[in-house]
Design a protein around this ligand. Structure first.
Ligand code: NAP
Length: 382
């Protein structure tokens, strides 16, 4: 009788221990380094992260003592990290601090060429734009030279008519899909929900891939209903895992404000014309505050260099193009210079062995003429 009782008790204890171990192995409450700067800067009293299998739930407790609130849930499901804001927390300052911590320096620790988007996915800090690059040898040779030189981000668009050429070039050069970050953009004529979804599938077919790393709205236009319908398709594509991040191009502050006020998922990128000759500090500050990563198009000013640039380049033993690219990179902005010339491709990515002084950054900022090389997003429509 006594032996039976001991045996039963043993089984109970065994089951209980296994149960506890099981729970502990799945659920661990940790204070996450990733969010510790919030507490360090006194905005939050505590930030806790509950990690359960592949899910990452983060809570924040504002320093003013209000109830803890869910900041985000990221689920790297199938290696696709998602980020949902569960409540629009009144934590503007927290967002500013988050944005200010997401910079090149912080994110380049293990990997000198990557930067994080707001949903946690990483992208290269520089890329190759393929606007006006022709199919066949021109594209194939440029992609080969670019890949060999270290480029891992390629920026195309439905509008450029060369998505198929880029897809062919990646395959012809044996470049693994997983190694590159592919960006494309919905063409103006393909906006609205149905058309955007349909055109995305065409883009994927042309690029011969099952997903894009980033999909952007090419131009905002002046029709707000169309903008939201198109954005709804972008959100849907993101949730379906067809695109790993979503964003916009050429959006001004008022257009971003409108989108942020009406979206479920905030844009992660705004691709704008950005160079010393043409930049808008208010817009770039707004994007940084709202955790929207900026990509710079025409970062080489479409080849317009001046004497000040030449003099500065001489002092650094660099070229004017390298000075221009570094100006963007030092602000955490991703330039996507276009070149089909192998020597220039190598030159344009050799920008990680020097840093511009604060004084030179100021001189470059002062070159601003505010003159666009393309349409004005506040008036351009289609
Ligand atoms: N979202 C948008 O609305 C939008 C608009 C425009 C562009 N983009 C994207 O941004 C990318 C870049 O912009 P972009 O092509 O207009 O202008 P860019 O990159 O500023 O300039 C490209 C021009 O500079 C030349 N170049 C390249 N490297 C050079 C160097 N080291 N020294 C001297 N010249 C050099 C290129 O000629 P070679 O090819 O002969 O080297 C080409 O003529 C595009 O390809 C596209 O992907 C987006």
């Amino acid at each position: 009788m006594l032996l039976d009782d001991i045996w039963t008790l043993g089984i109970y204890i065994g089951v209980y221990v296994v149960f506890i171990l099981d729970i502990v192995s799945y659920v661990t409450m940790i204070f996450h380094d990733r969010y510790s700067y919030l507490t360090a800067e006194g905005v939050m009293t505590s930030v806790a992260v509950l990690r359960w299998e592949k899910f990452d739930f983060a809570w924040q407790q504002p320093a003013n003592g209000e109830l803890s609130q869910v900041l985000m849930v990221s689920t790297p499901k199938d290696n696709v990290p998602y980020r949902f804001e569960f409540s629009r927390v009144d934590c503007k300052r927290a967002h500013e601090i988050v944005a200010s911590h997401i910079n090149v320096e912080e994110n380049t620790k293990g990997d000198v060429t990557m930067i994080s988007l707001s949903n946690g996915i990483k992208m290269p800090v520089i890329g190759l734009g393929v606007y006006k690059m022709n199919a066949g040898d021109e594209m194939n040779n440029a992609i080969k030279a670019a890949y060999d030189a270290g480029y891992r981000l390629f920026d195309t668009a439905q509008m450029y008519g060369n998505e198929k050429a880029l897809g062919d070039a990646l395959i012809a050069n044996g470049i693994p899909r997983s190694e590159v970050f592919l960006v494309s953009k919905v063409d103006n004529g393909n906006q609205w929900y149905q058309e955007t979804m349909k055109s995305l599938h065409e883009t994927l077919d042309k690029l011969q891939t099952t997903y894009l790393d980033s999909f952007l709205i090419h131009w905002p236009g002046q029709n707000k209903e169309r903008m939201l319908s198109t954005w709804h398709a972008m959100e849907e594509a993101y949730q379906q895992g067809l695109v790993h991040s979503i964003g916009v191009c050429n959006f001004e502050i008022c257009q971003l404000e409108f989108l942020l006020a009406h979206c479920q998922i905030s844009p992660m990128i705004n691709q704008i014309e950005n160079s010393p000759l043409m930049h808008d500090t208010e817009l770039t500050d707004y994007c940084k505050t709202h955790d929207i990563r900026i990509m710079a198009w025409a970062p080489l000013q479409r080849g317009k260099f001046n004497d000040t640039l030449a003099e500065m380049a001489g002092r650094y033993q660099k070229t004017p193009a390298q000075i221009l690219l570094r100006w963007n990179i030092e602000q955490g902005i991703i330039p996507i210079p276009k070149s089909k010339n192998p020597d220039r491709l190598r030159e344009n990515i050799a920008v990680f062995d020097f840093k511009l002084t604060a004084e030179d950054m100021k001189t470059l900022n002062q070159m601003n003429q505010g003159k666009r090389t393309s349409f004005d997003p506040l008036t351009f429509d289609f």
